[in-house]
Ligand binder design. Sequence first.
Ligand code: ADP
Ligand code: MG
Length: 463
Amino acid sequence: MEKNTTKKINTFVSEEEKTLDWAEVQIAFKKTFGAEVYNSWLQKISLMKEYNDFLILGVPTRFFRDWIVSRYLDKILEQVKSFKLSLNRIEFKIIEENKQNQEIAKIEELNKVTEIKDSILNYNRLNPKLNFESFVKGKSNDIALSYSKKVCEHLSRYNPLYICGGVGLGKTHLLNAIGVDLESDNNVMFISAERFMYHFIKSIKKNDMVNFKDFFRKSSVFIIDDIQFLSGKESLQEEFFHTFNSLMEKGSQIIISSDRSPMKLDRVQDRIKSRLAGGLVVDIEIPDLELKVKIIKKKIEEIQNQFKENISIDDEVINYIASESKTSIRELIGVLNRVIAFSRVHNKNLTINDCKNILKDVFNQIRVITVDKIQNVVSNYFNIALSEMLSQRRSRPLARPRQIAMYLSKKMTSRSLPEIGRRFANRDHTTVIHAVKTITRLSEQDDEMKKNISQIKGLLLEQ
Ligand code: ADP
Ligand code: MG
């Protein structure tokens, strides 16, 4: 029983596992290294095994490996990190060419028939726990919740339903809840924009667009998560637009989530934005204290029911946790899990002082935040390539994220201004000072900036 409990709690605490799309990484390689280097070297690298913090890549010969390691390893690592931040090491394995081809052929054979179907089973599974009952209602999500329910009652009345809100505020949960509710009577498709792209690229490569189109267009409820991912990806937008239009034409219900409103999507074509905004757009805001307290109580109740054990946490302590956790509900739940784990280990009722200690741990993590990490998180957040963010280009969509990354490097690491400047492609320390001043000012005056900064901080603290 005891063992079981620990295991369950672990899954409860753990973040979503992220898996690499090797096809996508390859595309990025081509962009970064140029066609020539890519064709002669990088294209031949295959992904053999993926772990949370390292990869095993297959290469054809020893010479090939040595060449890659001596010339491209740093850049390769940087690139894969931009897809999956937790990676910090790469190992190479030499596969004889024949064997490699055989392996690939074998896999391709296996995949051929059921490819799209399989991946739907693997990746688009709805999580039955993320339903309407487990979603706690509050001022910040009331409207989004009630329209999500209305959509389930009257399909196609609000079409598309577009739910927007910051990281960790419950968008995926709501989308999932809608899917769970409609699943039994409809052909529901639930997919993240990132996965949509993965299938798209794969289908192009295999010359199998007909299947792709059919597959996505036959759903009667199409739910797509994190649409901001489409920004800057022209051909993907085009395909999405066609899918979207044909679904609308045949009366399918579409539900979309994004971290921002349709009109604020960067580098997304205007006609797409206006179609996205053409149904109903609802917002999820930052939760107030009351909602945070309710969520904590609900979570405690769930854990108690699940493990048949009594967890007693004083209201005073609950209030304290709720008021200290500011960035997202995901963070709030993370902190709560720590507190519960602590009270289990020490087998005692917690005081506010205990909580302060536990939370201090959370804040201590700030010290291990590195400039590198900040750069990765910021460029991911704004959906731009790290190399672009560090480049000399001055356009606003690159310059602002760059300044934010400098600002956070100053605030969250112990690096000096000149050191930070050097890490940003050898910029002068006065540039860093300017960035810090600009972002400080903007984050006082501009709500959007305030929100961005707080969400990025949240992401950094979560890692
Ligand atoms: P987002 O997709 O907006 O980044 P998620 O839907 O993944 O956020 O939510 C983050 C975590 O917070 C999930 O574990 C989710 O179940 C939980 N959560 C968010 N909002 C609520 C809510 N209103 N009631 C209960 N749990 C919530
Ligand atoms: Mg989400």
